[in-house]
Design a protein around this ligand. Sequence first.
Ligand SMILES: Cc1cc2nc3c(=O)[nH]c(=O)nc-3n(C[C@H](O)[C@H](O)[C@H](O)COP(=O)(O)OP(=O)(O)OC[C@H]3O[C@@H](n4cnc5c(N)ncnc54)[C@H](O)[C@@H]3O)c2cc1C
Length: 208
Amino acid sequence: MISSEESLDDARELQLFNWHCANIEYSTATDIHNLSARNWALDDENAFDGDHCLLKTGYCALAEHLAQGLDIRLNSKVKLVEHGKDGAQAACKVTLEDGQTLSSDVVVLTVPLGVLKKNDITFYPQLPRWKQAAIDKLGFGVLNKVVLAFDKIFWQRATPKGKYIGYASERKGQFYLFIDITDCTSKPTLLALISGSMATELEVTPDE
Ligand SMILES: Cc1cc2nc3c(=O)[nH]c(=O)nc-3n(C[C@H](O)[C@H](O)[C@H](O)COP(=O)(O)OP(=O)(O)OC[C@H]3O[C@@H](n4cnc5c(N)ncnc54)[C@H](O)[C@@H]3O)c2cc1C
């Protein structure tokens, strides 16, 4: 049983240990020492069943399909959400940056957590304390992907079901997993994953 990194003397053993840490850091977008040992995988039971899939035309295809027939307004930044008012009029009012207002029975808000943390949107009345506490306490992090396209395949093709090529890198999280997406792109392509603090480091590394 491995209890800590310090007990791993063998460099290769440490790299393998770090590979598994990187794999957890990939799904949680933070370094492993920030995670709760008991609750880090809490989302697993709520995940969709089935295999991982890659949409050949990108995720946009889903959004475009769902958007059919809907009144979608782009470049419409929400500044104020008034909610929970009773009476004959619509219960919610949304005010956009340009002053326009929209009325509705309900508001489903799906802005990123960072927008809520920055208080970019004002709520009236204020959000309940328990909800604000959740916004304040929840965190988010960085996961990086690098797409590498080649003229020809030089790696051993994985089986049709398993397109993953693990790599026990010297530094934890650095290109720790490659996914062969050649079948989706129709040209030799690997998708490299970078997790944990390596992902954050890569954010400020120039593309060159
Ligand atoms: C590198 C990387 C790789 C990923 N890979 C995968 C993957 O392979 N598979 C997968 O399933 N998921 C993946 N994800 C996660 C996935 O991209 C996100 O979970 C998903 O995009 C979140 O969608 P969302 O609608 O909640 O938020 P977002 O896509 O962030 O949408 C929020 C929207 O709110 C808008 N907004 C913000 N502020 C306001 C405002 N004041 N008024 C109005 N609108 C506002 C923004 O413009 C944005 O359009 C990846 C994420 C990253 C970073």
